[in-house]
Design a binder for this molecule. Structure first.
Ligand SMILES: Nc1ncnc2c1ncn2[C@@H]1O[C@H](COP(=O)(O)OP(=O)(O)OP(=O)(O)O)[C@@H](O)[C@H]1O
Length: 260
């Protein structure tokens, strides 16, 4: 399913629908194959709302989202589910399922209603679980996992799906340092395979290190976006978080440290 033809997923004059908030600035951007977009903003800025709107899970207030030039509203739900993969922030659906059964949900958009998963689907799920260091937990009930293990199952489920566009809501949530880097490396690898990636992040330094493009989302509906290096200015980030910062450089990449 890789090999997405440009322009990928596009926001056209998009205003997300955050109740009680002014429209602010309409968003116009394209998540092209190979790009790694990060969405930054304080709590409540609308990052999750934006991601869900881009995934077609909630309607925009104004404007539209297009995939391959066609409005999401004109896509069949199932066709969209094959192309867009969402890593949700926290899910506690908690209907009984093992880790492997959960990863296999990634194959559901590709199965006809009467068809069970086959050996190829199982192989994809097991490969994804192995990639996320979850092979030894494949038979475990999801409800027994730690927060970080659950987060890795969410990533493994979308990896099993292998969508053209990844929409990841805080993909490093609950992850230890090693697995944070592994998750970002996985998303970078997906982009390298001509997939589009957009992720909401709270960690400025992961964003600075791993994102090719950034969208800064302000709580009043204002927004700015562009190539990461152009967005990573001290003034813009301090205003975004209402927090004084210091900028240093490590291995040629900027690192932002909060000033106490
Ligand atoms: N159904 C709703 N009714 C009223 N307000 C809502 C509703 N859903 C979301 N909101 C509000 O919309 C705003 C944006 O929420 P959203 O979850 O998109 O923010 P976020 O940037 O992802 O935040 P966080 O960093 O805390 O995850 C928040 O202020 C939230 O309280």
């Amino acid at each position: 399913m890789s090999g997405l033809a440009a322009p990928g997923l596009e926001a056209k004059g998009l205003v997300i629908d955050v109740p009680g908030r002014p429209d602010g600035r309409a968003i116009d951007l394209a998540i092209a194959p190979g790009q790694r977009w990060g969405v930054l903003g304080p709590n409540g800025a609308g990052k999750t709302t934006l991601l869900h709107t881009l995934a077609g899970l909630r309607p925009p207030r104004v404007g539209e989202v297009r995939l391959d030039g066609r409005a999401l509203a004109r896509w069949r739900r199932r066709a969209l589910a094959r192309r867009l993969g969402v890593v949700f922030q926290e899910r506690h659906d908690d209907f009984p399922a093992t880790v492997r059964e959960t990863a296999l949900i990634g194959r559901h958009p590709f199965l006809s209603p009467w068809r069970q998963e086959g050996p190829e689907d199982l192989a994809r799920a097991d490969a994804a679980l192995a990639r996320l260091d979850l092979g030894h937990l494949a038979e475990r009930e999801l409800s027994t996992l730690s927060g970080g293990e659950r987060q890795r199952v969410s990533l493994a489920t979308v990896l099993t799906q292998a969508p053209d566009i990844w929409l990841a809501d805080e993909p490093t949530n609950h992850l230890d340092l090693h697995h944070q880097v592994a998750a970002m490396a996985l998303l970078a690898e997906q982009a390298d395979q001509s997939r589009g990636v957009i992720m909401c992040l709270h960690d400025l330094n992961l964003a600075a290190r791993w994102c090719s493009h950034l969208l800064l989302l302000y709580p009043d509906g204002q927004a700015c976006w562009g190539p990461a290096e152009a967005m990573l200015t001290l003034a813009a980030l301090e205003r975004l978080y209402d927090q004084p910062l210091t900028r240093v450089e490590v291995d040629g990449a900027p690192v932002f440290v909060p000033v106490r």
